[in-house]
Design a binder for this molecule. Sequence first.
Ligand code: ZN
Ligand code: ZN
Ligand code: FE
Length: 729
Amino acid sequence: MKHLKIQVQGIVQGVGFRPFVHRLALQNNLKGYAYNDAQGIIIHIQGNSKDTDIFLEQLKSQAPVLSKIENIEIEEYPMESFNDFQIKESQNGIHQTLISPDIAPCEDCIHEMLDPNNRRYHYPFINCTNCGPRYSIIQDIPYDRKNTTMSDFKLCSQCDKEYHDIQDRRYHAQPNACKECGPKLIYVGNKQDEDELENAINDLKEGKIVAIKGIGGIHLACDANNKQAVLRLRKRKQREAKPFAIMAKDIQTAKELVDISSVEESFLISKERPIVLCKKKAPNSYIELSENKELGIFLPYSPLHILLLERCPVLVMTSANLSDTPVLIDNEEALIKLKDIADSFLLHDRKIENRCDDSLIRIVNDKPYFIRKSRGYAPIVIHTPFDVDGLLALGAHQKGSFALGKNHHVFISPYIGNMETIETMEHFTKALDTYKRLFEITPCQAGCDQHPDYASTLYAQSLDIPITKIYHHHAHMASCMFEHELSGPCFGIIWDGTGLGKDQTIWGAEFLIGDYQDFVRIGSIKPIDLIGNEQAIHEIGRIGLVMSMDANIEQTFFEPTKQEILKKIRIQNSVSATSMGRLFDGLYSILTKKITQDYDGQAPMLLESMVQPTDKKYSLKFYEKEHVRYFDWTPMVKEMIQDTDDIHIKAQKAINTIIDMAIEQVHTLNKEYLPIVLSGGCFQNLQLLQGIYKKLMKENYTVYWHEKVSCNDEGIALGQLAILSQRRK
Ligand code: ZN
Ligand code: ZN
Ligand code: FE
């Protein structure tokens, strides 16, 4: 006979863990009790040792799908007299543990929803302990129905019975609901049918644009096969070119649009259901959906989506927001703000408490490579050997995010968005308050970007705790190092669009050596003048003009008077940037003579999309100034302009040249073979990422890239937190 106290830490609340423990105990003839505590769940079992052994084995091997066991501690206890096995109520105030993300419907629920004899037939809010909304509906801890937006709905007697029956799949499923007692659809539009869903489906089939409320926000949807509808949506949303994501009914349907590898498929059907960027079947197909060679595809991730997609098998599903503001979550607000965009609305009366956008990934070398990490993953938790307790990192600007530390856990916010607008800032502060409350963290120290004008920096300064300003590219580098638990020194190839450098100019094509304490810049590229500052990011012809001027070749980008004026403005009002993003903008403009881009990052993406394979490249030239080795891109630009090859070959040659430039810099600047980290938004470009990676690996360097957070500015908060924690030591 044995009495064991077992402490399980990890995601074990709200995922059916207690009933699972109860069943295991009964199966193995064990007595005792279990209850939730601050770290997870405490289990006392008493019985013969063979049975306790089996219990322990099954506890690990058969744990519920949504649970995540991080640690188990076992202690032997003196014998007691128990009558049975009981689940005890947790004491108030001590329920703090990890929170599950929102999860796509499980097979059992889908089966019930499609069964005409089931009481939840076609009920779009069906869920159980193994699936359904979680993070998006939680308001406070502990994770109980009264602390979620489901508190608006009183369980009917049948649902209540399921909720309290330990043998039931819905035992303690907090969002449990049915047609009688749960959330209902709301249709606002011109259709007259009694059935809200039917109305929306008919609208979609007619080519209308329908605003559809989902899990973490509202989408604007239209039939992806109806070109006119897609173009209308682009026009109304003023989104000329940025790719749309497509929700496909199932994998088979998705395979008609794109090629899907087995790893891509595993992510598409995963419980997190991110958007996965997949290669189009025909590179020039569906141009109105995406001008790139790829298409973002995802599968239905709520019961409502499944019902809609049954009848409309491919839908454009794009976040419903107005430029640079967060995705809408509120019914009233949506009805007002989307009145000129949506023809009708399919909403519901379950409130979204915590907004999260769809996550976006690419598969690289059979692993996920995040571009946006949000719904399905939020709240993002990274376990670390470093002590990060009480630290807060406020991220950067264009892709805002924050990170909070507690003991050895980093809690990272979902994607927040462009911090330029008041609405985004409100979202940021609200999400931060929620995280502090849910994870019970009172930060005692904060880190932010060095840029004095970032909203996140200003916010940091408004807090009454000590703050540390951290250089943007140092944070990128530290973020990648931290993910891989590297202690440094490392060699960073940090390429992005914009970040303030140590010399107060804009950096973005940097070669750094450093650890968490500090870094030195040892390599970069020849600075590019940005005529009229920020305006050049939109009007990329200005960058093309500057680059061809510096290469001593006269090129026409604008009509003559404007071009002359711009040359004058260059002298009076320009800043210089060593930015890889801008270098790509300029190259694209020179190649295509396009003078504007619709969104930041469009030109580099199109450049990557237009290449045709070749091994050829242009000349490399370097120069040294104040111990920094710069790549001089002027010979490359000159040769490219004079090159008579096809434009697609020229694009590939330019990318080959930049890859080789990186390798050359590594040869010269990293003679000690320090571990190399690749970070910064430019590494969303797979040609750069894989090109540099493959060549360096062949030469026996160790190379790391991001696997847990995005390489773009969304990953900055993690880097800031890493630097804070290591400097504190
Ligand atoms: Zn389920
Ligand atoms: Zn009910
Ligand atoms: Fe950056």
